[in-house]
Ligand binder design. Sequence first.
Ligand code: SF4
Length: 693
Amino acid sequence: QICPVGAITSRLSMYEYRPWMLKRADTVCTYCGDGCRITIQTKDNQLIEVMSAQGAGRNNGDLCAKGFFGYHVSTHQDRLRHPLIRRDGVLVQATWEEALELVAETCVRLKLAQGPNVFAGLIGARCTNEDLYLFQKFMRLAIGTNHIDSSARYGQINGVRALRRVQGTHRWTVTFEDIVSADALLLVGTNITETNPITGLKVKEAVKKHGAALITVEALQPAVGTISNIANLSAHHFGVHPDRFQTVVLGLIKAVVEEGLVAQPLAQRAPAFVKATGDAVKALAWPAIETQTGTTSASLKDAARAFAKTAKAVILVGQGVLRQPGGSGLMTTLLDLLLLTGHHGLAGCGVAPLAEGNNDQGAVEMGAVTEYLPGPADLGDSAARQHIAKLWKEEVPQTPGRTLLEMLDEARTGTIKAMFIVGENPAGSLPPSAKANDALGKLDLLVCQELFLTETAALAHVVLPACSYAEKDGTFTNTEGHVQPVRHAIEPLGESRPDWEILSALSVLLGAPLEYGDAKEITNEIRSLLPGYGLLGAGPKPARPDNAVVSRYLQQGYAEDLKERYALSGSRFEVRGSGKEQTLTLLMQQSLFHSGKYSTRAKGLLQIQSTGSLAVNPADAGRLGIVDGNPVRLSTQQGQMTTTVKLLDRIPEGLAVFPEHFDQDLRRLLSVTADPHTGVPYCKTARVKIERV
Ligand code: SF4
């Protein structure tokens, strides 16, 4: 990017252009929650190259491989270019008028006969805030239901619910700058370089330039020769399987209590909270903690001292927590740790859940989840409902809605009869054991707004071609809560339209017009509802904890589930068997080169990584009698699949890691459970038997 004579150039666009031929659009990367500012360079409505100006955006001009080389997905040959209607069981090309009228007629008929709550809607958090906002408004006003969910349900909601519970915020109380200037950083289940690469760079900067103490609780081990392992920099590394993250965190709290590191102001402010958490961790035996974590109490005490005795401490919480059973509870316990050490509420300190999807945070703030209205405000918050109703000039439906898995259950039983799915693919993302295909197949009406004919779109009655981020205007909200402009770089492909425009057109046909001239008008409406939204300047203004909420939590809120959160759970994945009969814990993780399934259509990224293999520790491989490159069969009670094995030192014994982007066959092996409190579907780990084929 900075080669002054252009001698070093991208192989993906070599010889395709001269710099003066290109048009440029500044926008935001669509892959992860870091929200990097990018400049898309185009020629003749083709994407030629992506760059980021030095010093630009929250990424300061840095991009990861996904941002640099993943752009071809927008102009992929398989993009849907025309509406499709199912006729005699087959999806055939139709005009927009035919497709929209069919949807509208069926909706009106269903709604008249059975009411609004036979409808449900699901939206992907790669959509802009404007799409997300209009989607929930469409579902709530034009349809009349709160059966709304988004891909933030896969994990982000666990982080937001815990923040709101303990401190009354839905956003980080820190920024990337606070990470860089932190004295101590605790990372739990982040796999940060792969999942949030630019946030990972901020952590590296804090450690390498400012000598921050880094404490890592991660599934992967430090290893020589890897380019992407944050644990290599760690001063206190605890390498444990994901189901043991909680034990390490409880060990750290126990060490804080027993080493006299509890902040005195907190002890005076909230004696009952300090006593209850202290008693809970004192009841946990060090030998049990040591056995579960494979570490010593001395190591945990060292780390606790390093964390507690610093002025500025930040905790980053990743998908290894948010997408694992008990995710919301562990987030809450990490907030307890920050409270106990006296860092909570101090400037530059905080617990920060990392958003995996580029607009997971926006999805929650736009109210594209069933429990929240835009804000987010609780669905049952009467003041918020009145405020919104005044602006919308219509009442907001009150009946509580359904989360993703509940919607699928109700579709299967016939209670839900129609679904709008926008940029989301439950049939391709959830394991077959979730029976999404079965549920979607029972619907009277399935409408998909999509870029590609995904597994879900292939089941639809009507498929409406949507624009990618490169063809849209609007805003994205990054993991820090920074709202940034998205600008179109090319004109819509074929007859595709922005998602908000499709919803707007449908609303008119349904007799409940939600009409806007452009995305900017929706942004302005969002701002009139949420003053200041997206007007935050070059960087985010971090949220401040609400003292009244913190006090309520310290007085009684913590007690609700203290027993559950402060117990050493029996491992879901205890080591069983020995030698060739041994089973391993399978963990689905992000790769450095992909994001969800979306990037697996980007030819630049496929040149770097086009397939997945199972990474295991050489010691486990030795016991199983397998060597690097061997084909192996994986089996669980759910099913079987074959893949090849890669031996890696950084994978701890007992664990087998597979990149989730290539899990089409592997999903057969997984089961899905719903979080009883937040409805998050958990399906990232399983116990698997591995045999050489
Ligand atoms: Fe930045 Fe994330 Fe895009 Fe990489 S994937 S360029 S870190 S926003």
